[in-house]
Design a protein around this ligand. Structure first.
Ligand code: ZN
Ligand code: CU
Length: 485
């Protein structure tokens, strides 16, 4: 090593976990022009910016495999709920809903679950994926985005009513939207057939709308039709679509819902593993026993407890248990649900053993499924990644720290085709998260659902520091990422 080297930035004295599951090692990381140009002993080299990582871990920036951050990237570009956890890339447009491709702002009642992105409809103003992408690139966020486009959004943009299958003409129109989006850099199509807005779409509609994925080798990503009694049938439907289109599939927020399906992750993971021998399959998971989405009566009997996260007519019930809402309104639970809709809720309906089994499965990625616009959101929005590192890896020792990091970096970059991300290697993009392995932990809970996590020291995106000393720096180096298959 010559003594003359100079870098834009050097992370010094780090314990490096490189995102490949390799054991950690000591080293310095040299960054130039947004990329990692050297890893080794750089004590003779100088830099414009020095980051001391003594006693800390340096890992690839975390990739949130499952988000609904389409709007947050534009409306709150510091992305604090994510950056504070060490996340440097978000996958947007999940569960069938994306801001693009709706021709004009929506007025009146927004079709659920599109109201998870925007309850008022003013943000549905991107007539194409290109329009969304250009807006985001013109006013970048602090972190990177890899974007899916949603089949349910296409349906809302195309069909006069959603309680039926699409006609061949409507399918052709939606296929055109998928094609336009993929050509403009979307990485895949998501579906959400679990929701009424897309539940009447038969498998054939999903295949024909998603057909352009084959040409672009895009991803088929799905909130499956069913995650309770028919969860294995849904896995088979997902895999059939992937085989028919010859593209990789990702099963979103994998879980087995409802008491009588507790324990069935043994069966579902076995099935997924089998299919993985035959075709590319991915899956993600959030580290909680409670789920969250729009308020729906049919979820109630499957849940031991329900907390309201937002309500348009009754915002005062945000954070209140449904039982308490019913008591205060002197209504039955069913009547209370009707009274406070449109609304969102947290449902306690999963089993801790299933959550741990799915998290520990070799191929499971970490995705928050956080809902950034809920008045009182599920704590997964602010806590997912530190919870996996601190609670599941350090405290419960479900897997080593190197594995935990892999599930949120190298594995995710591989499954989503994000080349040069998710690893700390020479030549990779300089997305780096520096954290304290002894203290990293989620602080958000169901009471204090937006409390930032502890132990995340410094977060670097494309070579620029975006998080330091417990706050955002204001830098906005985020990019829209392409999929390289
Ligand atoms: Zn979902
Ligand atoms: Cu989701």
């Amino acid at each position: 090593m010559s003594g003359k080297e100079h870098f834009d930035l050097i992370v010094r004295n780090a314990s490096i976990i490189d995102g490949t599951r390799a054991p950690r090692y000591r080293g310095d990381i040299g960054v130039c022009s947004g990329k990692i140009t050297q890893i080794g002993a750089l004590d003779k080299a100088t830099a414009d910016t020095d980051v001391d990582a003594s006693g800390l871990i340096a890992a690839p920036g975390f990739i949130d495999a499952h988000t609904h951050d389409d709007r947050l990237l534009l409306s709150a570009p510091d992305m604090t709920p994510k950056v504070s956890q060490g996340v440097t890339t978000v996958v947007t447009g999940n569960c069938g809903i994306s801001l693009a491709h709706l021709p004009a702002p929506q007025h009146g009642a927004i079709t659920p679950p599109l109201d998870l992105l925007d309850g008022d409809g003013g943000w549905f103003k991107f007539p194409s994926f290109r329009a969304y992408r250009e807006t985001l690139e013109a006013q970048p966020a602090a972190i990177n985005a890899a974007c899916l486009v949603g089949h349910t959004t296409f349906r809302v943009a195309t069909m006069d009513r959603l309680d039926r299958a699409a006609t061949p003409a409507e399918i052709a129109k939606m296929r055109g939207m998928a094609h336009e989006s993929l050509a403009a850099g979307a990485i895949g199509v998501s579906t959400g057939t679990a929701y009424p807005a897309a539940a009447m779409a038969p498998t054939g509609e999903l295949i024909e709308v998603s057909r352009p994925l084959t040409e672009f080798n895009g991803l088929y990503v799905t909130h499956m039709r069913n995650e309770d009694d028919y969860v294995t049938e849904s896995i088979e439907e997902t895999c059939l679509i992937g085989r028919t289109l010859k593209v990789p599939v990702v099963i979103s927020h994998h879980k087995t819902v409802g008491t009588r399906n507790h324990g069935r992750s043994v069966e579902t993971l076995k099935l997924i593993e089998q299919r993985m021998h035959e075709q590319p399959v991915g899956l993600d998971c959030y580290p909680y026993i409670a789920s969250s989405t729009v308020l729906r009566y049919d979820r109630i009997e499957q849940s031991s407890r329900i907390i309201i996260t937002w309500s348009k007519p009754h915002p005062e019930f945000s954070g209140v248990d449904l039982d308490e809402v019913a008591r205060r309104l002197q209504l039955s639970r069913a009547e209370a649900v009707e009274k406070i809709k449109p609304a969102g809720a947290i449902y306690f309906m999963l089993d801790e053993q299933d959550v741990q089994r799915i998290l520990a499965f070799e191929e499971t990625m970490i995705g928050s499924d956080g809902l950034p616009h809920d008045a009182k959101p599920h704590p997964r929005l602010w806590g997912t990644f530190p919870r996996v590192l601190g609670h599941y890896s350090r405290e419960l020792q479900l897997f080593p720290l190197e594995t935990a990091v892999y599930k949120m970096t190298g594995l995710t970059a591989k499954k989503f085709g994000l080349r040069g991300r998710g690893v700390l290697q020479e030549g990779a993009h300089a997305d780096i998260t520096i954290f304290d392995a002894d203290t990293v932990l989620d602080a958000a809970d169901f009471q204090h659902s937006t409390r930032p996590a502890t132990g995340i020291a410094t977060v670097i995106v494309n070579g620029a520091i975006v998080w330091r000393d417990g706050k955002p720096t204001g830098a906005r180096p985020g990019r829209v990422l392409q999929r390289s298959a």
